[in-house]
Design a protein. Structure first.
Length: 425
């Protein structure tokens, strides 16, 4: 965000903010999920999760149409906050608790997802403060500080990566849903009336970004929100096909001027911008892109992990674990291996390491057979390995091995940096 866009700057806001921030943002009153308890097992569930699980079961049993209808009905009832209707849907679908196997449910209730704690000593007058459930509000309350100090002109964005906390009743599916997770958010401030145009632009830009990292198109799709959050006038998810089905990876929301207006109202401080092009003061509208870093990591991992069977030259087979991640995001770009521990090979390999490590992350290893060293790098997705051998001492060339094809070629040491950088572009 901050590197590829000249009009986006970064920030690192606080996790604890004044409690009124969360009153203003609407989270104290409306950041909740409809929940239901099973009276026999005492287990608590999110109602939409129960219905989604039933839809997945129907789909698995060949009843795809019924599954779609069920999800559509759930969306309609959620959008209308119709808890009686949702409760009826659970009964009609004979949805039972996975532990007690009974349908002995309580009524549906709303549970706030924010974690709170006390500021100050408990014996003194204590104030409830919240751990931020999204990083976005830290950007809104700092909007003018950033705009003024970085001399930004609308349209411009503020981006941030940071922890967010939600009291998810069911944290599951590995790192898909957690109580403590990392968000990467960007708030883009625009002139009122242009927000839906920017919303469409950001939808496409974010989709293309996922494609540029090697995620195949057929594993991504848009899902429009039926029930809009309290702050949005348009919202869409980019869904990724995880091993457990298509699920939300990223959200793009047109948040109107809701947040800035509310902070203005609750803080008594003006949050307006003077637009010199049209000679007008206004509260900007905001288009937000919001993605879970952990969820992104899971999508990349599940898309690129392969246990590959390799047929060797003699016809026998072998297995390797390989991570087919784009060189752009591979943690290590180049591994450098001296063939042996002697004859000056480690020295030359170290020289190469020192040169290349100025440009991108490298890894040096001398232990074990070359084959084993290649396998370890395959498993963490290192796109290139080079081997320094006796010929290298004579003609300043090395063997470069490509992770996916396992092909090897001889190249000049002087061409190494350019070869790796070309793959990262
Ligand atoms: N500021 C808007 C916002 O927070 P959201 O759809 O609630 O919107 C944005 O969250 C993204 O954060 C999601 O698309 C998801 O990737 C990630 N996310 C949300 N809750 C999460 C959780 N409990 N565990 C891991 N990631 C989560």
């Amino acid at each position: 965000m901050t590197q590829l866009h000249e009009n986006i700057v970064g920030i690192d806001a606080a996790i604890f903010m004044h409690p009124t921030t969360w009153k203003a943002s609407g989270h104290v009153d409306s950041f909740s999920d409809p929940m239901i308890d099973n009276k026999d097992s005492k287990k608590r569930y999110r109602v939409d999760h129960l219905i989604e699980a039933k839809a997945a079961e129907l789909k698995g049993g060949g009843e795809a149409e019924a599954a779609e209808q069920l999800l559509a009905e759930m969306d309609r009832l959620l959008a209308a906050d119709d808890y009686t209707g949702l409760r009826q849907l659970l009964d009609d679908q004979k949805i039972v608790c996975s532990v007690s196997k009974t349908a002995n449910w309580t009524d549906i209730r709303q549970f706030n997802l924010m974690f709170d704690t006390q500021l100050g000593s408990v014996t003194e007058e204590a104030n409830t403060i919240y751990l931020r459930p999204e990083t976005a509000q830290g950007i809104f309350v700092n909007f003018l500080n950033v705009q003024k100090t970085a001399r930004m002109k609308i349209p411009f964005g503020i981006a941030q990566t940071g922890k967010a906390f939600r009291n998810e009743i069911v944290a599951r599916q590995f790192i898909f849903r957690m109580r403590e997770f990392e968000q990467m958010e960007m708030q883009f401030f625009v002139r009122p009336g242009t927000e839906l145009e920017w919303y469409e632009k950001w939808k496409q830009t974010r989709f293309d970004w996922h494609l540029s990292l090697g995620t195949p198109k057929e594993k991504l799709r848009f899902h429009n929100h039926v029930k809009l959050a309290h702050y949005a006038n348009a919202a869409v998810d980019i869904e990724f096909e995880f091993p457990f089905g298509f699920k939300e990876l990223e959200g793009i929301h047109s948040r109107t001027d809701y947040d800035l207006s509310r902070h203005q109202e609750f803080s008594g401080k003006k949050l307006t911008y003077f637009d010199t092009e049209i000679n007008k003061h206004y509260v900007p509208y905001v288009v937000e892109t919001s993605i879970g870093l952990d969820r992104m990591f899971l999508s990349i991992l599940s898309n690129s992990y392969e246990e590959e069977t390799i047929t060797k030259e003699d016809g026998s087979t072998d297995q390797r674990v390989v991570l087919h991640i784009s060189p752009k995001i591979a943690p290590v770009k180049l591994a450098i291996f001296p063939l042996t521990k002697k004859d000056g090979l480690p020295e030359l390999a170290h020289d190469i390491y020192q040169k290349c490590a100025q440009q991108f992350r490298c890894f040096y290893e001398v232990k074990d057979a070359i084959g084993k060293r290649y396998r370890r790098q395959d498993a963490i997705g290192t796109p290139f390995c080079v081997t320094v051998d006796h010929q290298s001492l004579e003609d300043q060339t090395v063997t470069i091995r490509h992770r996916d094809s396992m092909e090897q070629q001889r190249i000049a040491i002087n061409d190494l940096i350019q070869t790796v950088q070309a793959a990262m572009a």
